[in-house]
Design a protein around this ligand. Structure first.
Ligand SMILES: [Zn+2]
Length: 102
Protein backbone atom coordinates (compact mmCIF):
# COMPACT_ATOMS: atom_id res chain seq x y z
CA UNK A 1 0.00 0.00 0.00
CA UNK A 2 1.49 3.31 -0.92
CA UNK A 3 1.38 6.04 1.62
CA UNK A 4 -0.66 9.15 1.04
CA UNK A 5 -2.29 11.78 3.21
CA UNK A 6 -6.05 11.45 3.48
CA UNK A 7 -6.24 14.95 4.86
CA UNK A 8 -3.92 17.88 5.42
CA UNK A 9 -5.33 20.58 7.61
CA UNK A 10 -3.98 23.90 8.78
CA UNK A 11 -4.38 24.43 12.51
CA UNK A 12 -6.65 27.20 13.72
CA UNK A 13 -3.61 29.06 14.99
CA UNK A 14 -2.26 28.71 11.44
CA UNK A 15 1.18 27.73 12.63
CA UNK A 16 1.06 23.98 12.09
CA UNK A 17 -0.31 21.32 9.79
CA UNK A 18 -2.21 18.23 10.81
CA UNK A 19 -1.71 15.28 8.51
CA UNK A 20 -3.92 12.18 8.53
CA UNK A 21 -2.35 9.33 6.57
CA UNK A 22 -4.14 6.50 4.85
CA UNK A 23 -2.70 4.05 7.38
CA UNK A 24 -4.54 6.00 10.11
CA UNK A 25 -1.43 7.61 11.53
CA UNK A 26 -1.90 11.23 12.57
CA UNK A 27 0.95 13.65 12.48
CA UNK A 28 1.61 17.30 13.16
CA UNK A 29 4.34 19.60 11.91
CA UNK A 30 4.96 23.25 12.61
CA UNK A 31 5.19 25.52 9.60
CA UNK A 32 8.53 26.75 10.88
CA UNK A 33 9.94 23.25 10.74
CA UNK A 34 8.34 22.63 7.35
CA UNK A 35 9.94 25.78 5.96
CA UNK A 36 13.30 24.99 7.54
CA UNK A 37 13.29 21.59 5.92
CA UNK A 38 12.22 22.83 2.49
CA UNK A 39 13.76 20.26 0.12
CA UNK A 40 14.22 22.54 -2.91
CA UNK A 41 17.65 23.04 -4.49
CA UNK A 42 17.86 26.70 -3.47
CA UNK A 43 17.23 26.02 0.20
CA UNK A 44 19.56 23.01 0.25
CA UNK A 45 22.35 25.07 -1.32
CA UNK A 46 21.76 27.81 1.22
CA UNK A 47 22.03 25.35 4.07
CA UNK A 48 25.29 23.97 2.74
CA UNK A 49 26.83 27.41 2.78
CA UNK A 50 25.85 28.12 6.34
CA UNK A 51 28.08 27.49 9.30
CA UNK A 52 26.79 24.87 11.74
CA UNK A 53 26.11 27.54 14.34
CA UNK A 54 24.02 29.70 12.03
CA UNK A 55 20.50 30.31 13.31
CA UNK A 56 18.12 31.19 10.51
CA UNK A 57 15.56 33.90 11.11
CA UNK A 58 12.29 33.76 9.28
CA UNK A 59 9.94 36.61 8.66
CA UNK A 60 6.21 36.11 9.17
CA UNK A 61 5.41 35.62 5.51
CA UNK A 62 8.09 32.94 5.16
CA UNK A 63 6.37 30.69 7.64
CA UNK A 64 2.79 31.26 6.51
CA UNK A 65 1.15 29.23 3.81
CA UNK A 66 -0.76 30.66 0.86
CA UNK A 67 -1.74 27.31 -0.60
CA UNK A 68 -0.92 23.64 -0.74
CA UNK A 69 -1.04 21.81 -4.05
CA UNK A 70 -0.85 18.13 -4.73
CA UNK A 71 1.69 16.89 -7.27
CA UNK A 72 0.55 13.69 -8.95
CA UNK A 73 0.06 11.01 -6.33
CA UNK A 74 3.41 11.35 -4.63
CA UNK A 75 3.96 14.82 -3.23
CA UNK A 76 2.69 18.25 -2.28
CA UNK A 77 4.11 21.65 -2.99
CA UNK A 78 3.62 24.56 -0.67
CA UNK A 79 3.23 28.15 -1.74
CA UNK A 80 4.53 30.32 1.08
CA UNK A 81 3.33 33.87 1.51
CA UNK A 82 6.72 35.25 0.48
CA UNK A 83 6.20 33.55 -2.89
CA UNK A 84 8.58 30.65 -2.33
CA UNK A 85 7.09 27.58 -3.99
CA UNK A 86 9.85 25.36 -5.34
CA UNK A 87 9.89 22.79 -2.55
CA UNK A 88 8.37 19.44 -3.46
CA UNK A 89 7.57 17.50 -0.34
CA UNK A 90 7.29 13.86 -1.31
CA UNK A 91 5.00 11.89 0.96
CA UNK A 92 7.72 9.67 2.50
CA UNK A 93 9.75 12.81 3.25
CA UNK A 94 6.77 14.53 4.80
CA UNK A 95 6.09 11.46 6.87
CA UNK A 96 9.70 11.43 8.06
CA UNK A 97 9.92 15.07 9.11
CA UNK A 98 6.48 15.36 10.73
CA UNK A 99 6.00 14.49 14.37
CA UNK A 100 3.73 11.88 15.73
CA UNK A 101 0.59 13.22 17.33
CA UNK A 102 -0.12 12.05 20.85
ZN1 LIG B 1 13.00 26.02 -0.69
Amino acid sequence: MSLFPKQIKLSESKDRLFISWNDNTNQVITLLKLRKLCPCATCLAEKENQSPTYIPLYSENQIKISSINQVGSYAITIVWQDGHNTGIYEFPYLRMIADKME
